[in-house]
Design a binder for this molecule. Sequence first.
Ligand code: SF4
Length: 240
Amino acid sequence: MSSINTGIEWCDRTWNPTTGCDKVSPGCTHCYAEALTKRFHTNFPNGFDLTLHRNRLEEPKRWKKPSRIFVNSMSDLFHEEVPIDFLKEVFDVMRETPWHIYQILTKRHEGLREIADQLDWHDNIWMGVSVENQNYVNRIDCLRQVPAQVRFLSCEPLLGNLELDLKDIHWVIVGGESGVKHRPIQPEWVENIKQQCEDAKVAFFFKQWGGRTPKAAGRLLDEKIWDEMPEAWDKHQSSA
Ligand code: SF4
């Protein structure tokens, strides 16, 4: 599945060279990718099983408009069943399409750290890890070892207060959970992360409060929309 109407405020479109996944931590409980897979099950003959889509590898080459592309909104690119050779092919495509920015997000921090040095981290590849509560801040230590130009955190769904080490981190995205069974976010958790970003001079992006629907409670924090982007984004735009 690829889309130019992602509904994700921090990217322009998605690219899914793999689909399907397995749950690894509390942030996965109400996995959006799994819900979409069930809803549009005729499009996913393998259900939510990890599936490689070799036929999608070339898609970004056909997208001429420079875009911020979220890689794998429907999977986790560092899932243990993704062969390293396939991963290298994904990275080749990203290197060959420097007019795009690629945003990869994983919850598989150890796999990422183990194979990062076998991959070609071109400047247009941004790498992030999910940190939903304090039990998973160790993912940031693995991310710090990845030689990506931009390293970012996705604290969504934010499930607790976080004390973060933001050394060598360039961008933090925060968001509440949405859906009928959403777990409520606390304003003080968000304020705390914003303050830590300010102190560490890290770009802060507040996606939404969450609720029954993603837009139910809006995205204003202190009466303001926070959609800061890392410095590399300005540089990329001015060179495009
Ligand atoms: S890692 Fe991501 S895609 Fe995989 S189950 Fe968890 S939330 Fe869903």
